[in-house]
Design a protein around this ligand. Structure first.
Ligand SMILES: [Ca+2]
Ligand SMILES: [Ca+2]
Ligand SMILES: [Ca+2]
Length: 243
C-alpha cells in the first residue's frame, strides 16, 4: 500500500487537532427575582428597572419595578391594581430592563404568575442590546429600538400554559442588557396582543459566552488552516515536479 503523502499526513494532523480542541459544557446560571428587584448568581449581578410608553406610543419613561411573590411587575405610576400590577400591555406597553454585570447568553424566561387556569394571557417579547456604546431608553420609542442597537430576540406565547417557562434566544445572542416584557407589536409585529398579556417575571437562566480564543495561535484558525493548506499544495507541487 502506498504511504500517505506528506501533505495528507500534515493535513490530517491539523484537522485532528482542530477536532480535538476542548469543548466545555457550561452549566446554566439562574437569576431569581422571587424576593427582590436585584440579585446575584454565578458571580454575575443583575439589576432591574421598569419601562413603558405612554399607552399611545411616545418615548419610554421609567416606572417602578415591584417584586411580587410570583416575580417582577411594573407598576405604572404606582397606581395599577391586579392584573395590571404585573408586566402588561393593557394600556401602556411595559418591559423590565435587566442590566447584568457582564454579558450573558440568556436561554430561559420563567414567569411565576398568572397560572394556566387564571384566564389571563401570558405572551412576552424579548430584546437584547447589541449596539456599540451606551443607550438611553428615555430617548427611544418602541418602534426605534431595533434601529438603535437593540436586537429583537423573539415573541414567546402562552408561558402560563408551558409551566411558566419559555425557551428563548436560539440564536445565542449575548449581551449585558436585556428587555423582557409583555408581547409588543411596536417592536416587531406579532399576532399576540389581541388578548392583553399580564406576567410576573420570576427568573432568567443563561450561560456566559465562551471566552475569546487565546492570543497565540495554539489552535489553528480557519485562516491559518487555509494558509497551511495552500502551503501544502505548493509543497506537493514542488515535490511532484522533482519526481
Ligand atoms: Ca403593569
Ligand atoms: Ca397596564
Ligand atoms: Ca396576548
Amino acid at each position: 500500500m502506498k504511504a500517505p503523502t506528506l501533505h495528507k499526513r500534515l493535513l490530517a494532523a491539523a484537522l485532528g487537532g482542530a477536532l480535538l480542541a476542548p469543548v466545555t459544557a457550561l452549566a446554566d446560571i439562574t437569576w431569581s427575582f422571587a424576593s427582590g428587584t436585584s440579585t446575584s448568581s454565578g458571580g454575575i449581578s443583575v439589576g432591574t428597572s421598569g419601562w413603558a410608553d405612554t399607552g399611545t406610543g411616545g418615548t419610554l419613561r421609567q416606572h417602578t419595578v415591584v417584586p411580587w411573590s410570583g416575580g417582577l411587575g411594573v407598576n405604572l405610576f404606582n397606581s395599577e391594581s391586579s392584573p395590571n400590577h404585573a408586566v402588561d400591555n393593557d394600556g401602556a406597553d411595559e418591559f423590565v430592563l435587566f442590566a447584568f454585570s457582564e454579558a450573558v447568553t440568556l436561554n430561559e424566561v420563567t414567569i411565576g404568575w398568572p397560572s394556566a387556569s387564571s384566564g389571563y394571557d401570558s405572551d412576552i417579547s424579548v430584546l437584547a442590546y447589541t449596539g456599540a456604546g451606551s443607550f438611553d431608553l428615555t430617548t427611544e420609542t418602541y418602534g426605534d429600538l431595533t434601529s438603535d442597537g437593540w436586537s429583537f430576540i423573539g415573541h414567546y406565547a402562552n408561558l402560563a400554559q408551558t409551566s411558566g417557562t419559555a425557551t428563548i434566544n436560539t440564536g445565542q445572542v449575548s449581551s449585558s442588557y436585556w428587555l423582557v416584557g409583555a408581547a409588543n407589536d411596536q417592536v416587531s409585529p406579532t399576532g399576540l396582543t389581541g388578548a392583553k398579556d399580564y406576567v410576573k417575571i420570576l427568573s432568567l437562566s443563561g450561560v456566559t459566552p465562551p471566552p475569546p480564543p487565546p492570543p497565540n495561535n495554539s489552535v489553528p484558525e480557519p485562516l491559518s488552516l487555509g494558509l497551511l493548506g495552500l502551503g501544502l499544495v505548493g509543497l506537493a507541487r514542488r515535490r511532484r515536479s522533482k519526481d
